[in-house]
Design a protein around this ligand. Structure first.
Ligand SMILES: Nc1ncnc2c1ncn2[C@@H]1O[C@H](COP(=O)(O)OP(=O)(O)OP(=O)(O)O)[C@@H](O)[C@H]1O
Ligand SMILES: [Mg+2]
Length: 280
């Protein structure tokens, strides 16, 4: 039995606003457009930034139409809607088509603002349900990217269960590594409890490092970089050598405005290094 196929990568940092959703959206697009991959992106954050960043205006239609989302993946059925009672889940029911070229697609399992409320109010969701759903429905994909929320929860564990690799974005700023010990511990605990699981940290992406060709960030960024390097060495985490520059192009790209992306247009150098590092 040699099924293998999608390399599944979760993007996580237990600190907020470090670029997780931006990186997930851009890596998904890069994989589809430049690497010609069949891609699935999964939004595991109730803030739904990835969903908005990939769907743009159609996200509000998606909400208005009450279409299935990651919520239904965790509850394992589609709730009744006028007739037919609860409906079974499959890949098609929960994925939104973002881009298509021949046989290849960039698809998204979107999130909803009521994601955590809808599920954690009731019984604790099964953290293996996402992994199981992917193993049954998305084996033909080449790559799967999972955008995590900045707070640890059962959904973080669900992302670990489903992933081969973890990517950790970090901003070189005051308190940059505040979440690192927590993340390292959470991964160690996961591995201890799931001994046959092969999850590994692919590496740390330095985001928003400094203005390209100008400001080097000054002493504060230098101190933060040293802290990041020390913490990564301690945990045995690789740091990617290409960094994401500060650019107003990033929020523009997330809004769906592809004109003049500025230094955000250099994201492909980071993406290429990730691909080379993982050998995909
Ligand atoms: N390199 C960059 N240059 C300029 N702005 C950036 C850069 N990276 C991210 N941003 C902006 O910073 C904000 C936070 O980014 P993003 O939403 O991707 O972070 P996040 O880690 O997913 O946040 P959260 O923890 O809330 O999920 C967004 O407005 C995004 O457009
Ligand atoms: Mg986010």
């Amino acid at each position: 039995m040699t099924i293998k196929k999608p390399i599944t990568i979760c993007i996580i940092n237990l600190k907020g606003g470090v670029g997780k959703s931006t990186i997930t959206a851009l890596l998904s697009r890069y994989s589809f457009n430049k690497r010609k991959k069949d891609v699935l992106a999964i939004d595991l954050d109730p803030q739904a930034n990835l969903s908005q960043g990939l769907m743009h205006q159609s996200y509000s239609t998606f909400l208005a139409e009450k279409k299935a989302s990651i919520v239904e993946v965790f509850s394992d059925y589609i709730p009744p809607n006028k007739r037919g009672g609860p409906q079974p889940l499959d890949a098609e029911a929960v994925s939104e088509l973002i881009l298509e070229e021949g046989e290849r697609k960039l698809e998204l399992i979107p999130s909803r603002f009521d994601f955590s409320d809808a599920l954690t109010d009731a019984v604790r969701p099964d953290p293996k349900i996402l992994a199981r759903f992917l193993s049954q429905n998305f084996k033909s994909k080449d790559v799967i990217f999972i955008d995590c929320s900045p707070t640890e929860s059962v959904f973080t564990t669900a992302a670990y269960h489903a992933s081969d690799f973890v990517l950790i974005p970090v901003k070189p700023e005051f308190f940059a590594t505040i979440g690192f010990p927590l993340l390292a511990e959470s991964l160690q605990n996961f591995k201890r409890r799931n001994k046959s699981h092969g999850i590994e940290v692919a590496g740390v992406i330095i985001n928003n490092a400094f203005y390209h060709g100008g400001n080097d960030g000054g002493p504060e960024k230098g101190r933060a970089m040293k802290e990041i390097t020390d913490e990564c060495r301690k945990n045995g985490w690789h740091i990617f050598s290409h960094q994401m520059y500060h650019s107003r192009g990033y929020p523009k790209l997330m809004r769906g405005d592809y004109s003049h992306s500025g230094d955000a247009g250099l994201f492909w150098t980071v993406a290429r290094e990730i691909y080379e590092h993982l050998g995909i």
